[in-house]
Write a protein that binds this ligand. Sequence first.
Ligand SMILES: Nc1nc2c(ncn2[C@@H]2O[C@H](COP(=O)(O)OP(=O)(O)OP(=O)(O)O)[C@@H](O)[C@H]2O)c(=O)[nH]1
Ligand SMILES: [Mg+2]
Length: 204
Amino acid sequence: MKIVSADFIKSANGLKDCPAGEFPEIALAGRSNVGKSSFFNRMVNRKSLARTSNTPGRTRLINYFLVNGSFYLVDLPGYGYARVPEKMKVEWGKNIRDYLENRGNLEGVVLLLDIRHRPTEMDVNLHGWLEQAGIPVILVATKADKLSKSQALNQLNIIRKSLDLDDERPLVPFSAKTGQGRDELWNIISNGFLSENLPELKPF
Ligand SMILES: Nc1nc2c(ncn2[C@@H]2O[C@H](COP(=O)(O)OP(=O)(O)OP(=O)(O)O)[C@@H](O)[C@H]2O)c(=O)[nH]1
Ligand SMILES: [Mg+2]
């Protein structure tokens, strides 16, 4: 997919604060620090449109970006950051679940996992929950540049086993640093999540 524009729309504080759902939208979910904001920036080829950080827990609101004037990419707050107060964690969990359950124009979720680590219990739970809810999921293994090819293959297998994935389910190794996986993911997104909306996406 050719990206002609990507614009920050707003930071929403919960579902009620999300923009009117006039465009299809795709949400980016994953553990804090897994590379969601970096993923977004690389996918739209904008260096720092979404703020990235070494400090986990950076993205606390639901950040809306409009791509090609025709669909939203949504950068969700990351989960699982140990140093966040318990009350805030519960609040985040509620906010994200409320969003995922009730956002009518949500076409799918990109679930990001760090290629170097075994999925956490929260990753496994979220993945299972999304499948049960019938929400289409694309799985991405981030930070692939940090491993050798053979290490990466090994880790991809571990992730597959932990999430009990069928062989045909794509798990795409990705690097925000090198751009590995970007084209493949745009293909999957435009042929899958957005396929029903493609007529609307045609103008460019
Ligand atoms: N080498 C390498 N580093 C990456 C990659 N993706 C992200 N990082 C680094 O990982 C750190 C976290 O990245 P972010 O994109 O801010 O992660 P996030 O998931 O948005 O984090 P929160 O907003 O806290 O949930 C930053 O230091 C990034 O530079 C990648 O593909 N390769
Ligand atoms: Mg972020």
